[in-house]
Design a protein around this ligand. Structure first.
Ligand SMILES: [Zn+2]
Ligand SMILES: [Zn+2]
Length: 144
C-alpha cells in the first residue's frame, strides 16, 4: 500500500508511516492502492477506482494481507497427488482433499477430474506454484 499522507510505498499495513510519521490511512493526498495524487475531498480514486474512506481502505488492505502469504502445504505433495492417482488409477481430486477443499474434491472425483481436463489444469497450477489452499495462500514450497 501507499501512505495517503506522503505517497511513499509501504510494505504491509503499518500503523505509522516511517517516511512521514503520520498514520498512512489518515492522509488525503495520495491513493493507498495505486499511489496516485488524490483530491482532498475525493471519495474514490479517479485512477484505480478504490474507495478512499479510511474504513474502505482498512477493509481492503487487511483483506489483501490475509490473501498474501505462502501456504504450509507442500507443492511436491500436491503435484504428485494431483497427477499420480489420476494417471495410474483414474482417480482425480485427491490433492483437493489434501488442501482441505473437500467440496471440489468430491466434485472432481465424481466427474473424473472434469474428464481429465480439470486434472491437467490443476496439475499445471500445482507444478507452477499457482495452486492455493483453503485459506487462499499460494502453495510454493517444494519442501514436504
Ligand atoms: Zn507517509
Ligand atoms: Zn488509486
Amino acid at each position: 500500500m501507499y501512505c495517503r499522507n506522503c505517497g511513499k510505498e509501504l510494505t504491509g499495513t503499518p500503523e505509522i508511516c516511517l517516511n512521514c510519521g503520520a498514520r498512512p490511512l489518515a492522509g488525503r493526498s495520495f491513493c493507498y492502492a495505486c499511489g496516485a495524487k488524490t483530491n482532498e475531498l475525493a471519495e474514490i480514486c479517479i485512477k484505480c477506482g478504490v474507495r478512499l474512506t479510511e474504513a474502505g481502505a482498512r477493509a481492503r488492505t487487511t483483506a489483501a494481507a490475509a490473501t498474501a502469504g505462502v501456504s504450509t502445504k507442500s507443492r511436491l505433495v500436491v503435484t504428485l497427488l494431483c497427477a499420480l492417482p489420476a494417471w495410474f488409477f483414474g482417480i482425480a481430486g485427491i490433492h483437493r482433499f489434501y488442501l482441505g477443499k473437500i467440496g471440489s474434491g468430491i466434485a472432481m472425483l465424481l466427474t473424473l477430474g472434469g474428464l481429465g481436463i480439470w486434472t491437467i489444469i490443476d496439475f499445471i497450477y500445482a507444478v507452477s506454484g499457482n495452486m492455493r489452499d483453503k485459506e487462499n495462500k499460494l502453495i510454493k514450497d517444494w519442501q514436504v
